[in-house]
Write a protein that binds this ligand. Structure first.
Ligand code: 3HC
Ligand code: NAI
Length: 699
């Protein structure tokens, strides 16, 4: 029974029980409507709406989008609740999200546990609140606060919600009992049904210009996304139209969103993120090891950020560096980063102090004797890593997990430098590690299932999205990135300027263009890595000669004030530098490249198709478990626009047959082996299959 109705003396209780998150599937909607009919006809004086399980309603059932809509719709359910002629009280615990919060807004009063929160996260799924949220929330809390909540999708906690007037009462204790006491208080006071639909928004609270400037801000903040702009239109409608018309306006925009490619892409990412940590073949009988204390080796850029990720989740860390100086620098940077969070109001001073206190510095490996898991983040050199792992093998207790944060190196070889390769795994964090959500969990040949399960569970515990990867040069993300970065270099030498390449990819929706990313990371990193390679390993010189020449001119990127661009020392604003254009032309001459104008379309296609073709190879080899995992990697680790669903989803949207044709054309035109179409792509097209139909080597 998804919804039950019970009369308890003078109160009626509508109880929703649809695990795991009480999503508003068709059966729930129908059940609520039936309960409303019972409630209307009996002798009760007030109605409480409450949920079983871990949370209040988490929204519409996302699985139902894209299928024919079945009645009753959520707006119909909400209208029925709102029209009840006795007070209806929503009793919230956990999170009231999306349609769940909209349902609560259709109740006449709202109470919650102090631990609860509410929000309208539809925008993160490429949707807008489509069950009255855009019409009711501005009436309740004003236009600006409502727009902020709906366009960011951020939750607010019960205390903030109480201050804003979203909630009427908060309490600790047993939710149903407290909510029923509150309902009885309302009956005693003679409280009447109180419909938000009857409130009006003061016309002068947000004028036409304010809407225009809000839209402009959103164009920057939510570049390329349709739903946020539609939310603004709906709120404008709430001000200009009677409630009923406003609702119809909202519903039509909502249906447009549901059908949009952007929403399909974001829904794909929603489910892919949740599927990624699951590893077929590792059954539920495999229990993750207990991890209570972490060791980190190397207090540099990555070590510091990784330490913060654990401290932020309340897990104590011993941070070790080879020198006192390196350690002090690392600890000071962590302190500075927490200071910035305090100054931005993201953390209280107390919280920052508590987190910092969880990180203890060390230079003596003996301090790692009792850690449950240690992550190595020292220089990217196999010799150094092998030394570190053999030392860890000596000092760490039996059963401790030994992880490496290497970006490219062979985890099998690292594991072989210990006597316990079954306990060795790659944990590849992304920079800045305390911010980026992606975690590649690299399973080496001998890594045990128990260790993989522990890594997945731990990744989730610290708020990351863990994705399983196999061992190869660069794992999933960096292996694909090499192909993408090569196209940026080739497009430059063939005729495009850095600004054209960056703007094409930014317009597609990437968080940054490839050359700006290079300047931010520092061009010396790739340069140094190349120095360790043979000419053969480095590959075609046209794919790195410009970068090398810039480094040799001292143009190391943003930190040097110059790289592919020049940077204003004060504002850091970037501009095109004629020196760079000279370097590009000179390298083209050196390698006999005839420069030509490249169209934006060619630049975009080459970058994306390079990613996609390599993605198919990775999938075919079983380096990634699923196409969705590759998408999660690219969205969370490399700034690929979530509203395009990741490179593999995007390939599916373009049509695999079209993608194959374009790759074949590039192969014919260039003769370059890397443009040879991936076998799996050819197979899927030949058999007329989609990526969803394909069950990979791990599946
Ligand atoms: N519909 C269908 N399934 C949902 C769902 C939803 N709204 N929300 C969560 N689930 C599923 C997840 O897919 C997952 O399933 P799985 O176990 O098979 O993988 C399961 O519920 C548990 O979800 P999480 O792993 O995310 O659990 P957490 O405890 O970490 O988080 C949560 C719980 C905060 C509720 C989180 O699931 C969440 O944010 N859900 C989405 C909320 C949302 O976006 N709501 C808006 C929906 S659109 C809408 O309401 C339109 C309306 O305006 C008309
Ligand atoms: P870094 O140079 O900033 O820091 C390395 C730290 O390790 C330094 O503090 C150094 O003193 C310390 N160290 C060196 N040898 C040591 C040893 N034997 N014992 C203890 N400490 C030692 O390097 P960064 O950027 O933090 O990279 C670390 C690792 O993380 C590398 O393997 C790198 O490939 C990987 N990585 C780097 C990313 C980045 O964006 N910087 C992203 C993801 C992975």
């Amino acid at each position: 029974m998804l919804v039950s109705y019970q009369q308890l003396d003078d109160l009626g209780v509508i109880r929703i029980d649809n695990p795991p998150v009480n999503a508003l599937s068709q059966g729930v909607r129908e059940g609520i409507c039936d309960a409303v009919k019972l409630a209307q006809g009996d002798g009760t004086k007030a109605i409480v709406v409450v949920c079983e399980g871990r949370t209040f309603i988490a929204g519409a059932d996302i699985n139902e989008f894209g299928k024919p809509m079945q009645e009753p719709t959520l707006p119909q359910v909400n209208a029925a609740l709102e029209s009840l002629t006795k007070p209806v009280i929503a009793a919230i615990h956990g999170t009231a999200l999306g349609g769940g919060f909209e349902l609560a807004l259709s109740c006449h009063y709202r109470c919650a546990l102090t631990s609860a929160s509410v929000g309208l996260p539809e925008v993160t799924l490429g949707l807008l609140p489509g069950a009255g949220g855009t019409q009711r929330l501005p009436r309740l809390i004003g236009v600006k606060a409502a727009l902020d909540m709906m366009t960011t999708g951020k939750k607010i906690n019960a205390t903030e919600a109480l201050d804003l007037g979203v909630l009427d009462r908060v309490f600790d204790g047993d939710l149903t009992r407290c909510a029923m006491e509150y309902a009885r208080e309302l009956i005693t006071e003679g409280a009447r049904p109180r419909q938000i639909r009857d409130l009006s928004i003061p016309n002068d609270s947000f004028d036409k210009d304010s809407f225009e400037s809000y839209r402009g801000q959103l164009n920057k903040r939510k570049r390329g996304q349709e739903a946020p702009q539609k939310i603004v239109s709906c709120v404008e409608a709430a001000m200009g139209m009677p409630f009923k018309e406003g609702l119809a306006f909202e519903r039509s925009r909502f249906m447009e969103c549901v059908k949009s490619e952007q929403s399909a892409a974001l829904r794909h990412i929603f489910f892919a993120e949740r599927q990624a940590p699951r590893v077929p073949g590792i059954d539920k009988s495999v229990t993750p090891r207990v991890v209570q204390r972490i060791g980190i080796i190397g207090a540099g850029t990555m070590g510091g950020g990784i330490a913060m990720s654990f401290a932020n989740a309340g897990i104590p860390v011993t941070l070790l560096d080879s020198s006192e100086e390196g350690l002090e620098k690392g600890i000071a940077l962590i302190g500075k980063n927490y200071g910035v969070s305090v100054s931005k109001g993201k953390l209280s001073e107390h919280q920052a102090m508590e987190r910092e206190a969880l990180i203890t510095g060390a230079v003596d490996y003996g301090k790692l004797a009792d850690v449950d898991l240690v992550i190595e983040a020292v220089f990217e050199s196999m010799d150094v890593k092998r030394q570190v792992f053999s030392r860890l093998d000596e000092v760490c207790k039996q059963g401790a997990i030994l992880a490496t944060n290497t970006s490219y190196l062979d985890v099998n070889e690292i594991a072989a430098s210990t006597s316990r390769p079954q306990d060795v795994v790659g944990l590849h964090f992304f920079s800045p590690a305390n911010v980026m959500r992606l975690l590649e969990v690299v399973k080496a040949e001998s890594t045990s299932d128990e260790v993989v399960a522990t890594a997945m569970a731990l990744g989730k515990r610290i708020g990351k999205v863990p994705v399983l990867a196999g061992v190869c040069y660069g794992f999933i993300g960096n292996r694909m990135l090499r192909q993408y970065a090569r196209e940026a270099q080739l497009c430059m030498i063939e005729g495009a300027e850095p600004a054209q390449i960056d703007s094409v990819l930014m317009n597609f929706g990437m968080a940054m263009g490839p050359l700006s990313v290079g300047d931010l990371a520092g061009l010396d990193i790739g340069y140094k890595a190349r120095q360790a390679l043979t000419e053969k390993q480095k590959g075609d010189p046209r794919s790195y000669c410009i970068a090398d020449a810039l480094v040799e001119l001292g143009r190391l990127g943003q930190k040097a004030g110059a790289g592919y661009y020049k940077y204003d020392p004060e504002t850091r604003a970037r501009s095109t530098d004629p020196v760079v254009l000279d370097v590009i032309r000179e390298q083209a001459r050196k390698y006999g490249v005839q420069r030509r104008a490249l169209s934006d379309e060619e630049i975009l296609n080459r970058h994306l198709l390079a990613l996609i073709n390599e993605g198919f190879r990775i999938l075919d080899e079983g380096i990634a478990q699923r196409a969705g995992d590759i998408d999660v990697v690219y969205v969370h680790g490399y700034g690929f626009p979530a509203y395009r669903g990741g490179p593999m989803f995007y390939a599916g949207q373009r049509g695999l047959v079209n993608v194959l044709k374009e790759i074949e054309r590039l192969y014919e035109d260039t003769g370059e082996p890397y443009w040879a179409p991936a076998t799996l792509l050819k197979k899927l097209v030949a058999e007329d299959l989609t990526l969803n139909d394909w069950i990979g080597v791990n599946g």
